[in-house]
Each structure stands twice: as structure tokens, then as C-alpha cells.
Design a protein around this ligand. Sequence first.
Ligand code: FCB
Length: 465
Amino acid sequence: MVTLPTTFTWGAATAAFQIEGDRAGRGETTWDAFCRVPGAVQDGTDGDVTCDHVNRYREDVRIMRDLGVGAYRFSVAWARVQPTGRGDFSAEGLGFYDRLVDELLGAGIEPWLTLYHWDLPVELQLQGGWASRRVVDPFVEYALGVQEALGDRVKRWATHNEPWCAAWLGYGGGIHAPGIRDHALATRATHHLLLSHGRAVAAMREQDADAAYGIVLNLDNVRATDDEAVTRAALPAYDAVRNRVWLDALAGRGYPADALDLLAPHLDGATVVGDMEQIATPVDFLGLNYYNDERLEAADGQVPVGDTVQPGMERVRTADPGAGATAMDWPVTPEGFTDVLRRLQAEYAELGPVYVTENGSAWDDDPTPSADGVIEDPDRVAYLQDHLRALEQARAEGVDVRGYFAWSLLDNFEWALGLSKRFGLVRVDFETQERTVKRSWHAYREHIAASGTARAAEPEAAAGA
Ligand code: FCB
């Protein structure tokens, strides 16, 4: 059992497009359009119903209350509260989040709100999406509107979820919406995501100085599995675009030189004097999503420049994950989790305390429950245990990591892989919407109970940390 102090935040995480459903209650997003592209989503599913959470949130909050979490990280669907991404806010759309927040607080669970988890209103995509600077003002307007409606009760705000994915999977590799493959546009998206983050934090802080503001990054280690010169040469480039470009810019150090070697030509004209200062608006916490390390090996040939997900990867590929990989084909690397936490403490402590805002694993669960009605998911239980130990190790070494949110509360829509990949602590039958807890739900509950929770700890900003 991993036991942590009662001030540690234990949570569960989800995202709007992945669980909400109620397609009729919101505007069209880039992900709706992407789901209609033949072959874009592996199993042909979409976000129309998923977990039907908009209609079942009370049950889902009850499941969390029974789990014992003190915090719930969810995202707001921009197109639900502002159907075209601009202009009037929808009272009905905001009403859903209003009820959800009240339900959470009533269950003793603190709401942690993420503003953008990849579902851009399609009208904004028609103007260029994140590749265009025109998206920045609407994002700030959206952030302020949501805060005006919920800020009396929501005190933990994250601007973006995994902007690397939004930029490089969305505009670089074309694997996510909007399905564009253009390194220049992905680079511009990188800059505009960061700029919109800094501007939104500054504006929201003016509205509420007592709340805590942050951003959620997916960071990992990159390692070579062979001794080839091309693999070794790719490691810094990978780290630069995946990790340091975000961390350095947020920490006020500008874009790292080796990232600029790859990206500068694409940034031409995109950066304006003063942007980097705005991007470096201080944050109160850093959200870390960690799943696994990246392992590279030399590829057989060379991919043309521009054809990789991110630049600098033309002569390498992801190595075979080997035995024990998850259903995503991701290797299980808990030691890398400790390493990333150590690195944040050693190199980026100014970004504030770290909260692990996502960590979890997908497995092909056997849907038949055992005699006590629980779905047996031993691999997920082991993954959870190993990663909590890795986190405990980092804390023991002095890393200021203050919370952990399991991904995910529910099986849900796993982006380009659709409903086929299950990350939930709770199984969802997508035909009947029945929820069944898995053994990992019980395991997580025991860790939380052993630690004890002081629910709703004071936000950093209010605490003056
Ligand atoms: C992260 C996403 C999250 C989920 C997990 C598995 O990249 O933030 O929405 O899909 O991966």
C-alpha cells in the first residue's frame, strides 16, 4: 500500500469529448468532423454518446464519492458553453457544468477544471484553428466567461491539456483532429496554444486572484534502445519539441535553441514582441500527464522531412515495446515516471508544485465480473501500484508533487482509437451504459483510504505558495 500525507490530493480525471455525449446539446467541434473522416477513428465510433455523462453525472459523482477521491479533473466542452466559439454563452451549456460542480461539492469533491481538452469549435478551425493567431482572443474570452459562471466555486484552473498533442498530433502527424500534416502549422499551433494559455491565466487571475492557475503537459523521457548514431542524435531533438519547448517557454527562458534549429523557419512572422513574456505569466502549479517513456531505435530508411509527427525524427522510429506492453502498445516504465518528476524538481521548480493530472493504462479487460461483481483487471492494478510507488519514491527524494489523478474514472472514447481502448477504473458497457467497478477501482480506493484525505485543500494561490 502506498500511503501519502493527508494533504495529498487524490483524484480521478476525464475529458468532455471522451465521456459527455449529448451531441445535440453543443456546437460542432473539430473532433466531430474528424470522426466522420473514413478511417480516422479506428473502430469508426464518435463522440455523440460515449458515456452519456451529461445525463448520468449524478451516478458518476456517486462512484467517485464511494471511491474516496477528494478531487475530480474534468474539462469543459467549449462548444457546449459557446457553440461557435465566440459570442453569447449558452445558459443551458453552462447549466450542465453548474449542476456538475454543485454535485461534486455536495459529495466533498473539489472540481479541477480544464478549459481545453482538444475539442475546438469548428467555426474557429475554419479560421485556421490553433495555427492562426485569431484563436487567441476567443480562447481568453471563453476562459473568462466560464470563470464568470463557475469561479465562485471552482478554484483550480488548467488552461490546456497536453498542448503537444493538440499541436503535433493534430497539425503535424494528422493523427488527431483537425487531421493536418504540416510542420509549419504545428509550430504555429505550439506558439498560439502557449500564448493563449499565458493570456488566459493573466486575465483570469485579474478576475479571481485567489484561485490557482496552471497548464497540463505530457512529458516523458526519451531513450535509445540501440547504439546507432542516428538514434542518439535524435534524442535531444525529441526532448526539445516534446518537453523543453513548453517547459522553457513557460519558465520564461524562451524557446530552447535546439528546438529553434528545427522550428524557427516555421515561426517566421508568428511571434510578436511581448509574446514570450505573456507565455511566461507565472503559474501556480504544473499538471503532469505521464504514461510511459519513449524508446527510439534506428529506422531502416529515411522518412522525408515533414512526414514525421514532429521534426528531427526522420531516421528513427518507436521501438517495439516488447512483452508486458499495454493495449495501447505502450511499454510500462514506472522508473521513467520518477525520472520525469525528479527532472521537474531539478530543472523547472519555478513552475510550481506538480500535480500528476493523468496516469493510467488500457488493457483488454475480461468483461465477465467475478463472483463479487467486480471486473478483474490485474494488469491495471499492477500498473497503478507501480506508478504510485514511483511517485512515492520521487516524494521521498524531495520532489514537490502534491496530487495524483487516475486516468480514467470511466472507460471512454480514446480519440483515434475510439471506444476500443479501455482506461477506466470503472467499466462502461457502451450499449446499456451500465457502470461496473473493476478491481483497480478497489485497489485505488484502498490506497486513498490508507492515506486519508483532507478534502479540498487550499489552492496554492490562496495559500500564498
Ligand atoms: C492523454 C489524454 C487523455 C487520454 C489519455 C490516454 O494523452 O490527455 O485524454 O486519451 O492520453
